[in-house]
Design a protein around this ligand. Structure first.
Ligand code: ARG
Length: 584
């Protein structure tokens, strides 16, 4: 059981008050007939919350409101009807908005909550009792782990963390591309030119496999029979030929060797199928029933021997599920995957795919088919899409050929992070946390569907909206706390007069933390949390520059504010998968 955080309790009290007010003027109107909407006014001097309920209800009930001539007058009447709300000041603004301001004591309760226990107490557990599959990363075996897969890994992991933090049971899955006709070519290439021992020993086995695959295509230009040989190997693989299976399994193991290093470095994990996720090959024997079901439900159309799903009113182009030669496709495996998930995790499981925006149409088609099959309700299927990476003036792009190897990106992030900070002794140990943090923040600070310009300077800037800036703010807070502890000074009890405007601003933002996490989870949008954390960091730095903190007789609230900021920022960065450090 979860207890509602205080911010929710306060909001519920405001809603109750509004209903009292409405009841006093329109007694015939039942509670069920309207829902007051609350928003944070853009200008904080207008208070914590604002509602337009008076404008809305005045429009609908004008004729019953004989003595009330304007929405503003109606708002004023509502306010009288509300009576007192403890610790809240109510006012009417503009044409009839009702604004609610909190006394500092309300915000101070947030500090108490953090001081007494955990930041978790600020989070609403709205997902309790619900299960979600969050599928992310999903690289392809024997192919480079791309920047796109990196984005999927970072964003998907953050979405999974957000859902977990708000009460969901989360299944972390990796839909590895480990099946398909390309494995016929890959096996063929290994057989012809590969040295298994050498690949196995290599630090970067995938690189070797990609070289072989590229060679296959180059040779096939001259020698088209190779294509048939590749096809034959795929047929063997499908038929369970031992040698084909052995080499295919090797490709998987070699690739995992490399992928595992990446996941470890990123601090990302999966929970399903012993941590490897259910890759495409897992569904090899689970596609027939899906095709049959499509058949039975009359959803398949024949087109020159291939089997396609057409959509009502041609809303989308048709999607092929069986090829002319009878083989299955990526789409067939996705349908089988979701059927499996619905069976395994429950018919109402939410299924979230973090995949590049270039697959948007494809996922719309898949979702539409699953709706047509009667498998899901519309909001059960979610495509969290990320945009592309663009490279600023070719830096880091083609230097090493056409492929950008993720290992090189991670390495460069570490090296560059090492140059930051003024603590050479610790540079080495923090480099990974700071370098990876910089990459992650760069991905999470803006809406995922946007394209990202890959700019190392922006990513590693200590002043701007960057990972290092966020981590450094935490380091700064921690070092203040340490100095305080070592000082032997004592603080004085806090009075309301001790709360300065800068302090109040942090308090306000900290008390909205739970809301930021909830919205980010509900909208599958980690950037909403990142934005809230950035605001907290900025207001903390303003506060820090303005006020002396480590001094004898300082009001306790100053120390508590530092404490709470460190706790909330660390917690929030943790949800985004970003480590904090003690020094930089
Ligand atoms: N392996 C695919 C690729 O690299 C991504 C898989 C996405 N997930 C899915 N269920 N189709 O493009």
């Amino acid at each position: 059981m979860s207890v509602s955080p205080q911010s929710h309790v306060m909001l519920a009290a405001l809603e109750q008050a509004v209903r009292r007010g409405v009841q006093s003027v329109l007694p015939a109107l039942s509670d069920a007939e309207y829902v007051p909407a609350f928003e944070h006014p853009a200008d904080t001097s207008h208070g914590e919350w604002s509602t337009n309920i008076a404008l809305q209800l005045f429009g609908q009930h004008k004729s019953e409101l004989v003595d009330i001539r304007s929405p503003r007058q109606f708002a004023e009447t509502l306010v009288v009807g509300m009576g007192e709300i403890p610790s809240v000041t109510v006012s009417v603004a503009g044409p009839g908005f009702i604004n609610f301001s909190y006394a500092p004591a309300v915000f101070l309760q947030t500090l108490d909550t953090i001081q007494q226990g955990t930041v978790e107490a600020l989070l609403p557990a709205y997902g309790t009792g619900q299960t979600a599959v969050v599928e992310y990363s999903s690289p392809n075996i024997a192919k480079p782990f791309t920047i796109g897969h990196l984005r999927s890994t970072i964003i998907g992991d953050a979405v999974a963390n957000l859902l977990e933090a708000t009460g969901w049971t989360v299944k972390r899955d990796n839909h590895l591309g480990d099946w398909g006709t390309q494995f016929g070519k890959q096996i063929c290439a290994i057989k012809k030119w590969g040295d298994e021992e050498e690949i196995a020993q290599s630090e970067r086995p995938v690189k070797k496999l990609v070289e072989l695959y590229v060679k296959f295509h180059a040779e096939a230009e001259e020698n088209p029979e190779l294509v048939d040989e590749g096809r034959a190997w795929f047929k063997k693989l499908e038929d369970g030929d031992l040698e084909a299976r052995r080499l295919w399994q090797k490709c998987i193991d070699w690739s995992w060797k490399e992928f595992n290093q990446i996941y470890e470095e990123l601090g990302v994990r999966f929970t399903e199928n012993d941590g490897r996720g259910y890759g495409e090959s897992y569904f090899e024997d689970k596609m027939d029933v899906v095709v049959e079901e499509l058949e039975t439900k009359n959803l398949l159309t024949d087109s020159e021997g291939a089997r396609l799903v057409f959509f009502p009113d041609d809303q989308y182009p048709p999607l092929m599920v069986i090829k002319k030669d009878g083989t299955t496709l990526y789409a067939t495996r996705d349908l089988a995957t979701d059927k499996f998930r619905l069976q395994k995790y429950g018919a109402d499981v939410r299924i979230i795919n973090e995949v590049g925006a270039e697959q948007s149409l494809y996922f719309q088609q898949i979702f539409a088919i699953e709706l047509m099959l009667g498998w899901v309700e519309p909001d059960q299927r979610v495509h969290v899409k990320h945009g592309m990476f663009r490279f600023k003036d070719g830096k880091m792009s083609t230097r090493k050929g056409n492929v950008i190897w993720l290992e090189d990106v991670l390495q460069e992030a570490r090296e560059r992070a090492q140059q930051l900070g003024d603590d050479p002794e610790h540079a080495q140990t923090i480099a990974s946390a700071v370098g990876i943090g910089a990459l992650k923040w760069n991905d999470l600070k803006r809406s995922a569907h946007l394209d990202v310009v890959f700019d190392w300077d922006e990513m590693l800037s200590m002043e701007g909206n960057s990972g290092p800036y966020m981590q450094y703010t935490v380091v700064r807070g921690k070092s203040v706390l340490q100095k305080w502890q070592e000082s032997g000074f004592t603080a004085t009890a806090t009075t309301e007069a001790d709360i300065t405007p800068e302090g109040l601003e942090i308090l306000r933002l900290l008390s909205r933390y739970g809301e930021a996490v909830e919205r980010a989870a509900q909208e599958y949008a980690p950037h909403l949390l990142a934005n809230a954390l950035f605001e907290i960091a900025q207001s903390f730095n303003t506060f820090y520059n303005k006020h002396q903190i480590v001094a004898d007789g300082v009001p306790q609230v100053r120390i508590d504010l530092v404490n709470a900021t460190v706790a909330v920022l660390s917690h929030g960065l943790g949800l985004l998968g970003i480590e904090t450090v003690d020094r930089m």
